[in-house]
Design a binder for this molecule. Structure first.
Ligand code: BMA
Length: 384
């Protein structure tokens, strides 16, 4: 049978193909900050760019390590118990690795973290790592904001060698992250997070913009050039911000960063708290996406949540509309610690079976443009 296609249609079809091709080429020509990044790391970056404008992956901190009422049980995850699927993104923290300890600041063993990263990477999941490292100047916690710490660890500073020793330990950990064929597992590394806050020693109140940028660039170069680490995507992460210039004030530059992100929690669950969160996050996601588009970077909402989630429809009525209007590559919900003595609160950000927002989270997990485990299956994000 002969099919005749009117010439106009052919032209349209051709233009459309050309556009698709140009778009794909444009994305492909974007480079990772590390020009020697491994093939899988580059693929992850391109796929986060490509899918991140339409689909938001859901992540959870320490998801396999523990949940509300359980700890360290193989295969268990609060997200899976509630939705039937594991998250797409796993968040881990390396605080206290710098001390040579076996466990991180929240009591999770680094051996276990490595094991879970390997297991979940095998299914296609994405890994992101933060580092609540101690204050290298005085050994206090990450929350010690003694001025001068950053200056003291930069080249020429009194604690520079000590800091390099800490980076050496970090490099050993990253080097151990390998798949079954011995290839390095890509990681979204989010060092010196919430840098525009006032609570960590690397924050805005404790060092100058110049010092922060030097710290970032030194860490970036040292891990690549001295340690040969080439499987990191570099996540720049601020706290809440009120305008682009504030977000970018301490930005180390496009050649040093792959992902733009911020952290912001909802505090309180009264209608006014919710309204405030929606309006502030709506604005920040919009600005973040604009900056990321302009700089050809991946956009992410690197930490969020409502502690204890005392709002039965928070997922579908607060978080979902925000992500539907302004999708980002992923959103990470913080850890499910359970009851916390020091604060007297239920410290968890994902529901667990029987929790009042569990049904709503399950509904949320099935909505269009929201991705859990199934969205990353077959290592989809690691394929060129
Ligand atoms: C905070 C809390 C702390 C924890 C820290 C690092 O938000 O969850 O309990 O020690 O993160 O994970």
């Amino acid at each position: 049978m002969k099919i005749s296609v009117p010439p106009g249609h052919i032209r349209n079809y051709f233009c459309w193909l050309l556009l698709l091709f140009a778009n794909a080429q444009n994305l492909r020509s974007q480079q990772t900050a590390d020009r020697n990044a491994t093939k899988e790391t580059v693929a992850l970056y391109h796929n986060l760019l490509k899918y991140g404008t339409t689909q938001t992956l859901i992540g959870h901190q320490d998801d396999r390590a523990y949940g509300v009422g359980w700890k360290r049980i193989d295969g268990v995850s609060d997200v899976k118990l509630v939705t039937g699927q594991y998250p797409a993104v796993y968040g881990w923290d390396l605080g206290h690795l710098e001390l040579g300890n076996e466990k991180n600041l929240d009591g999770v063993s680094f051996q276990d973290i490595k094991k879970w990263i390997k297991q979940t990477y095998w299914t296609g999941a994405i890994q992101t790592i933060s580092w609540h490292l101690r204050n290298p100047m005085n050994g206090e916690s990450a929350w010690d904001t003694t001025h001068g710490t950053v200056a003291s660890i930069l080249p020429g500073g009194a604690h520079h060698d000590k800091f390099k020793g800490w980076l050496d330990r970090l490099a050993v950990f990253f080097n151990d992250l390998r798949d079954e064929r011995g290839k390095p597992i890509p990681v979204l590394f989010r060092p010196f997070h919430e840098l525009t806050g006032n609570w960590f020693w690397w924050c805005r109140n404790a060092c100058s913009a110049k010092e922060f940028v030097q710290l970032w660039r030194f860490t970036f170069s040292y891990l690549q050039q001295e340690k040969g680490i080439h499987h990191l995507l570099w996540v720049f992460n601020t706290a809440s911000f009120s305008e682009q210039s504030e977000f970018l004030e301490r930005y180390p530059g496009d050649e040093w960063v792959d992902v733009l992100s911020f952290d912001r929690y909802q505090h309180g669950s009264k209608p006014a708290d919710r309204t405030r969160f929606i309006s502030e996050i709506g604005f920040q996601l919009k600005e973040l996406n604009a900056m990321a588009r302009q700089r050809k970077k991946v956009a992410a909402f690197a930490e969020t949540g409502l502690e204890g989630i005392p709002d039965s429809t928070w997922w579908t009525e607060t978080l979902y509309p925000l992500l539907r209007n302004q999708p980002v590559s992923y959103v990470l919900l913080w850890r499910n610690h359970g009851y916390m003595k020091s604060t007297g609160t239920m410290h968890h950000y994902m529901p667990y079976p029987g929790h009042l927002s569990a049904n709503d989270f399950k509904k949320f997990s099935q909505l269009p443009n929201i991705g859990l485990e199934k969205a990353v299956r077959n290592r989809k994000y690691y394929q060129p």
